[in-house]
Ligand binder design. Structure first.
Ligand SMILES: [Zn+2]
Ligand SMILES: [Zn+2]
Length: 227
């Protein structure tokens, strides 16, 4: 089956919008038609090979879309479900079992390896393998085969284009405040950098009832937004 993807072909080079082949759905996967995807700094630095994800690659890891097809072993999702996507985890290591999946022992290979655990890639172009499963999803494609563990079902009227960045930036900023910093009510919180992650930290500090919240940035428009 063909689909359209934005393919990273080389460092410091714009993505190429092109047709790729997408392979058979595995039993534990969903075929997701992307509706929206955030763009994160990690997409840029992986394209530039700060991390060794093999190129060419379909990057993108803040995807949201609609399930088109479910693998033979999937029971909790059905075609038509709207889903948000996030990073991949093994589900059975100590960190995963203790509710800290971001520290999964296989986090690096599952999210940056560009391949499934069996070594296959979902995408090919002119018979060349194209890395897939970036953060489990490779959301810079119209269609992606995504492990069911990476998907969260949302309501039929959920605004996917607004919710997509929950998969990385928003949960990173909010999680740092709510799960790790855990400010006391009334505490003063300073956030350095008011991009998507920093502004999510600002919102989380508000939710946590911090007293004074200070955003530090060099961009006036971001500072205004943080108010
Ligand atoms: Zn990210
Ligand atoms: Zn794990």
């Amino acid at each position: 089956m063909k689909t359209t993807a934005a393919v990273a072909t080389a460092a410091e080079t714009p993505l190429t919008l092109t047709e790729v082949d997408i392979d058979e759905l595995r039993p534990d996967e969903l075929r997701v038609r992307m509706v929206a995807s955030g763009v994160c700094h990690t997409d840029a630095i992986v394209r530039d090979q700060w991390y060794p994800t093999p190129l060419p690659a379909v990057l993108g890891h803040e995807g949201a879309g609609v399930v088109e097809e479910v693998g033979a072993g999937v029971v909790d999702f059905a075609p038509g479900d709207r889903v948000l996507l996030s990073y991949s985890t093994c589900g059975h290591c100590r960190a995963c079992m203790e509710g800290a999946p971001a520290y999964c022992k296989d986090f690096f290979s599952l999210n940056f390896g560009g391949r499934r655990t069996d070594g296959s890639s979902a995408f090919t172009r002119d018979d060349e393998q194209v890395s897939s499963h970036f953060f489990g999803q490779s959301s810079f494609a119209a269609l992606a085969n995504v492990p069911v563990r990476c998907a969260v079902k949302v309501g039929a009227d959920a605004p996917l284009e607004t919710l997509a960045p929950l998969g990385c930036g928003i949960q990173t900023g909010a999680g740092a405040v709510l799960n790790v910093l855990r400010p006391e009510p009334g505490a003063t919180v300073v956030v350095f950098g008011a991009g998507a992650v920093g502004l999510s930290a600002v919102m989380a500090a508000k939710v946590a009832r911090a007293g004074t919240i200070i955003a530090v940035d060099m961009h006036e428009d971001r500072l205004r937004l943080s108010e």
